[in-house]
Design a binder for this molecule. Sequence first.
Ligand code: CA
Length: 226
Amino acid sequence: MSEILIIEDDMAIQNLLKVALKQEGYGIKGVATAREGIDYTVANVVDLVILDLGLPDMDGIFVVNVIRDFSESLPIIVVSARSDEAEKIKCLDAGVNDYVQKPFSTAELMARIRAALRHRAHTEQASVFENGSLKIDYAAHSVYLDGKEVHLTNYEYKVLCVLAQNVGKTLTHNFIISKVWGAGGNDANGLRVFMAGIRRKIEKGPYMQEFIRTDVGVGYRMNRIE
Ligand code: CA
């Protein structure tokens, strides 16, 4: 079941969307502020975001920028009352998948959601990362070691993906934190706890650094395994 996050402060529209999406069999979460939307997206598995631009705390475009910082592929559909072309182009430049003008037809929006989800499934089909005995299946959100599935928490998975996407490169604590939690969303000590959790699950022993190497005082690196 695809999980859809609705970030919309107009409760009448949020409820209308919830009813329509539920009928289509989607899992739904609705929030009314940009902050809640960002927090939810980072901490949960979300397959598509429906986003209003005029939110009480921040402009919706900020949400797009934050999401695109950690996910290139999460589909975002803007549903907005703003009608000028410049606004629409700004959204598309920021990496929005689609732009639907309010008032909208529910049937049309559903069709666009299906298209965005199909597109994502297609682009992620080939996205499997392999490094030695470690494998990440991005589309399935699954990690395997020697062919056996490793169960990571959501944050552990996100940290591992950032390292994998930059394999062979030392990443600073701040870089990893900003990709996973957003800037200032965690600190080096907090990150260390997640790293320890990941290592317990993928390394052969507590002090082994076959996959993830610590660069003391700098950050972490995923070793490229030949
Ligand atoms: Ca609004």
